[in-house]
Design a protein around this ligand. Structure first.
Ligand SMILES: [Zn+2]
Length: 250
């Protein structure tokens, strides 16, 4: 079994919006590929390919909220999978941390995958009020995929190697993923914590449930062993020039 980390473009936004300090920041939009003997699984799915176009309606909407993306043809989910010699049509699972556009956006590129989602998250996506409060746009996730609804912790392949860990709060049914392989023990935190500074500052997004986020992050930190690597949701230090994760880069 192998774990790969892929960067599907960058966000450009005020630092505060990403739980950081200073002026504007550029942060990565990662997703992950797990090649398991029983099939290929993705954790999150990056951005919709249409967001390459600066005039895309959702991208224009993001700009009005002072958030933009830089994203090119080499950054798509499809291109990353091709570089790994994986046909997108044979992706078996996409475990979604949550339904935000930068995590569910690339689902149109993996039509045969079964989505693995926490019950509260999927329900929120189809509840007008919750979807509005938490920014869960159906355009990106309501595409007719098979869906496996899960409640809490879930062992994806039944062998303990890949485990969904509920980490609610950022959105109602946010989840993280623990991957144990020959490469080590990785906790893919996703947006339960944007970056390493937030572990201390607890500078969470305004719309999130902060009490739940605190509990979730404490729970994830408690899972760490001596050799566990935590990979945060949008941490430029983990993906930049001095990347902490060169072994996972594609
Ligand atoms: Zn995100």
């Amino acid at each position: 079994m192998r774990l790969f980390g892929c960067v599907c473009g960058q966000f450009h936004s005020p630092a505060q919006g990403m739980g950081m300090t200073g002026g504007r920041v550029e942060v990565p939009v990662p997703f992950y590929v797990i090649e398991h003997p029983d099939g290929v699984a993705l954790f999150d799915c990056g951005l919709h390919a249409a967001l390459e176009d600066p005039e895309d309606s959702y991208r224009r909407r993001l700009r009005r909220q002072d958030l933009d993306v830089s994203f090119g043809p080499e950054d798509t989910v499809t291109r990353h999978l091709e570089r790994l010699d994986i046909d997108p049509a044979r992706v078996r699972y996409v475990v979604l941390s949550h339904l935000h556009f930068d995590h569910a956006g690339g689902l149109h590129q993996v039509p045969n995958a079964t989505l693995v989602v926490q019950r509260q998250e999927w329900a929120a996506g189809f509840d007008e009020q919750m979807a509005g409060r938490y920014f869960l746009p159906k355009r990106f996730f309501d595409l007719g995929h098979a869906v496996q609804i899960i409640d809490g912790e879930h062992d994806l392949f039944g062998d303990g190697s890949v485990t969904c860990i509920p980490s609610f709060g950022h959105t109602p049914g946010h989840q993280s993923l623990r991957v144990c392989s020959a490469q080590g023990d990785h906790i893919l935190v996703s947006d339960a914590c944007y970056n390493s500074q937030v572990v201390k500052s607890r500078n969470f997004p305004d719309y999130s449930d902060h009490a739940a986020m605190n509990r979730s992050l404490d729970g994830l930190l408690a899972l760490r062993g001596p050799r566990t690597v935590m990979i945060f949701g949008h941490d430029p230090d983990q993906w930049g020039e001095k990347a902490l994760l060169p072994s996972l880069r594609t």
